[in-house]
Design a protein around this ligand. Structure first.
Ligand SMILES: CC(C)(COP(=O)(O)OP(=O)(O)OC[C@H]1O[C@@H](n2cnc3c(N)ncnc32)[C@H](O)[C@@H]1OP(=O)(O)O)[C@@H](O)C(=O)NCCC(=O)NCCS
Length: 120
């Protein structure tokens, strides 16, 4: 599995995955979110590719010394297999020197990931 930076060619699959986020139910909101990831250099979206399938998405906002995980979603067919946790840890590997923060929406799952990392 590899984490790939979002490209315009991934737009439809990325929108589909993002739509599982609780705050992204309306098409209008989803389009605004995509627009932000496409235009704002500090907002970065990544897709997790497994063989030929894109099975997860993770979106962050970069700051000087930290990044905030704003969106995190896994295709329902692949949940409960450690994919969400794997995406969070791949992101850590990309930005090892930055502090990882979460939003109200991603906080509970992110905390769980940190506990798992701590336990390893
Ligand atoms: C949250 C999400 C990304 C987890 O992906 P996943 O690949 O199933 O996660 P993992 O397999 O790595 O971890 C599963 C564990 O996380 C727990 N979990 C799932 N969603 C959770 C949540 N919102 N908060 C806290 N824990 C959560 C599961 O109960 C499971 O716990 P266990 O290991 O004790 O059995 C996935 O459920 C999803 O896409 N949800 C819809 C999008 C969403 O709600 N995003 C906001 C939260 S990040």
């Amino acid at each position: 599995m590899i984490l790939l930076r979002y490209k315009k060619a991934h737009e439809k699959i990325a929108m589909g995955l993002l739509s599982y986020m609780p705050g992204e139910k309306s098409v209008k909101k989803l389009q605004e979110t995509m627009q932000q990831y496409e235009t704002d250099e500090q907002s970065q979206l990544f897709l997790l590719k497994d063989h030929d399938d894109y099975i997860g998405v993770i979106g962050i906002e970069l700051e000087d010394d930290a990044y905030t995980v704003k969106h995190l979603s896994v295709n329902p067919s692949y949940r409960g297999e450690g994919i969400g946790t794997a995406m969070v840890s791949k992101l850590h590997e990309l930005f090892p020197d930055l502090e990882c923060r979460s939003t109200e929406q991603t906080e509970r799952f992110m905390k769980k990931c940190m506990e798992k990392e701590g336990a390893d």
